[in-house]
Design a protein around this ligand. Structure first.
Ligand code: AMP
Length: 613
């Protein structure tokens, strides 16, 4: 993820990078050393400025700003608890409901509720807090990789579509909001925010034109590129795949110094034309590399000065590490930060560590953090048990930032400047160590998520409902679904969901392929809007596949799990599989396979707004 500019407007000649880096690192030292005091102050500040908001008054906080009263009185909540308040704001109630500052927009989380993106209220000043977190990244990085100010970053960054709530507030993903803000667009000169992609190419709403133009610009400046990246690993791989498909057009443009006619956005054309000059030598070089049989190391071949790849490969994105290693010849994969629509959380202070060892230091000024201890049910399918609603005793078990214990797992709970109070983010983290008094966390997982390709997050209940809807297509054939499981197949680009189905066939009429294709589509139609947006708009998820497996396959799966130590009594079919030998077992017993024949329906914004705007 790219770093934000500092908010200085110094002339470029007066740019003292060393001093700025030193100050930033000192800031990290200070806030991590005084983590508890900073947290106390953050909570006081949030509660005093919001003392009169309806939500806090309703719960009877009565203007108290101390931790003890806050923890005693305020409930630990999930999105469903604040949804009625959010709906009122979305429908135009401008009274101070959650925050004393006006809600400037909604950030649409990739987490969903009732199949729709969650809406996170935000306030204008949060942009400054996000910028601050970004501004920490490069000073940290420069301690490990010197000279990054001497070249450029090739980052593939994209905006997504936005919608308006009935009251006219914008609702869009947090990064779209950030890239469209003056904090990003009008950033003053900074050698660390010097990207190969002109702003116009990033801000182009058409994903093809945006990708094409960013890659052309990256290729033209290939010798200057010192680092490459995207937000998530999946996005970076998609860019490589795009290059694989379109390199001939790209070479042609570079050879002639003209831009593909499919790039119709005038501002993008103008921005690209400032960079694109006829360069037959470069075109020959790219052509020679791209036409080789193997694409192993293509990143280091085309961008030879690249020192690392800046992408998130923690959490579910770790499934992309082998592909990234292949394309980059094992360049360091650097995960710099941990953030969400609710709040930006923290940074990785040891960015060259192995992906499996990445830990994020939560920055105590960002929000007030609490931690709910999580129990792990050990066994073959070691699942994580987190209660959905908390009783009074459980509410008391939450601990403060400085009180977490090494090795223990916790669910993250935040109180933010923009109106979330003791809100469960849904991420499970493990304490890996400390920076001064501030803990550092491994990202373990997102609660309940079983399938994920890009920013989609599908949980078991959603999957179950989708499958239930699909099997209705089998009824006329007197066939039922005996067992199923699923797998996020990232060996295809883009990745796609695979469902393994074992059927009980009672009828004699064979089931035509079109019926299974209908099943695929029904599942896709039933999944949440983030999944469908990935399929339709971003093309970041491929068509869903159903693989029919031989009768008895799921018994074999159980035998296998038991041979690995699962208890016979407690064995439950996993609704998602990841372990390679199990996937191989399922694939070896697949008798047929079907894909969704078209994209499911998707509209920007919530379903209930569609007829209102
Ligand atoms: P969103 O609200 O759509 O911005 O998604 C935020 C979620 O993305 C977080 O709550 C995490 O589950 C996930 N996420 C963000 N940063 C990271 C990271 N560095 N490693 C793993 N997961 C992450």
């Amino acid at each position: 993820m790219p770093e934000a500019p500092k908010n200085t407007h110094k002339p470029t000649t007066d740019y003292n990078l060393e001093l700025k880096n030193k100050k930033t690192l000192q800031f990290i030292e200070d806030v991590t050393s005084n983590a508890d005091e900073v947290q106390k102050k953050v909570l006081e500040e949030i509660l005093s400025r919001n003392a009169h908001v309806e939500y806090l008054q309703t719960h009877g906080l009565n203007g108290h700003t101390d931790r003890e009263t806050f923890k005693k009185i305020m409930p630990v909540i999930t999105y469903e608890d604040i949804q009625p308040y959010v709906d009122r704001i979305a429908n135009g109630d401008t009274s101070p409901i959650l925050s004393s500052h006006p809600i400037s927009e909604f950030l649409t989380s990739s987490g969903t509720s009732g199949g729709e993106r969650k809406l996170m209220p935000t306030i204008e000043e949060e942009l400054g807090r996000r910028s601050l977190l970004y501004s920490l990244l490069m000073p940290v990085m420069s301690q490990f990789v010197p000279g990054l100010d001497k070249g450029k970053g090739m980052y593939f960054l994209f905006i997504k579509s936005e919608a308006k709530t009935p009251s006219g507030l914008v609702a869009r993903p947090v990064l779209t909001s950030y890239y469209k803000s003056t904090h990003f667009k009008d950033r003053p000169y900074d050698p660390y925010t010097n990207y190969t992609s002109p702003n116009e190419t990033i801000l182009c709403p058409d994903s093809y034109q945006s990708m094409y133009s960013q890659i052309v610009c990256g290729l033209c400046q290939h010798k200057e590129v010192l680092r490459v990246g995207a937000v998530f690993a999946s996005g970076f791989i998609r860019a490589v795949k795009f290059l694989e498909k379109h390199w001939r057009f790209l070479c042609n443009d570079i050879r002639t110094g003209t831009i593909d006619s499919q790039i119709t956005d005038q501002s993008v054309r103008e921005a690209v034309m400032k960079i694109l000059k006829p360069d037959p030598k470069l075109a020959d070089f790219i052509e020679a590399e791209c036409s080789k049989d193997s694409w192993q190391g293509i990143i280091t071949r085309l961008w030879p000065n690249t020192k690392y790849v800046d992408v998130i490969v923690t959490g579910t994105m770790s499934q992309y590490i082998p592909t990234l290693d292949y394309y980059t010849n094992g360049l360091p994969l650097v995960c710099t930060m941990y953030a969400s629509s609710e709040c930006y959380f923290g940074v990785n202070l040891n960015p060259l560590c192995k992906p499996s060892e990445v830990s994020y230091t939560l920055i105590p000024t960002m929000a007030y953090f609490e931690f709910l201890p999580v129990q792990r049910n050990n066994g073959v399918n070691s699942s994580i048990s987190v209660p959905k609603t908390l009783n009074e005793k459980e509410q008391q078990e939450l601990v403060d930032l400085v009180d977490v214990k090494l090795g223990q797992e916790y669910e993250l709970v935040v109180t933010t400047y923009s109106g979330l109070y003791r809100y469960r983010v849904g991420d499970v983290l493990r304490v890996a160590g400390f920076k001064n008094n501030a803990p550092q966390f491994n990202f373990i997982c997102r609660k309940n998520v079983v399938l994920c390709i890009d920013s989609d997050k599908t949980d078991e209940v959603e999957l179950q409902n989708a499958v239930k809807n699909a099997v209705n297509h089998l009824l006329p054939f007197d066939a039922t679904l005996a067992e199923y499981t699923s797998f996020a197949d990232t060996t295809t680009i883009p990745g796609h969901y695979v469902l393994y189905w074992e059927l009980s066939l009672n009828g004699t009429t064979p089931i035509p392929p079109s019926v299974f294709e209908d099943c695929c589509l029904t599942i896709e139609e039933s999944l949440n809007s983030v999944y469908r947006q990935g399929r339709v708009c971003d093309k970041s998820i491929g068509p869903l596949e159903i693989k029919i497996v031989e009768p008895g396959t799921f018994d074999k799966l159980m035998d296998y799990a038991i041979s690995l130590g699962a208890s016979i009594n407690q064995y439950k079919t996993p609704r998602c599989v990841k372990f390679a030998p199990i996937v191989e077992l399922l694939n070896s017993r697949a008798v047929s396979s079907y894909f969704s024949p078209k994209c499911p329906k998707w509209f920007p914004g919530h379903k209930k707004w569609i007829n209102m705007n």
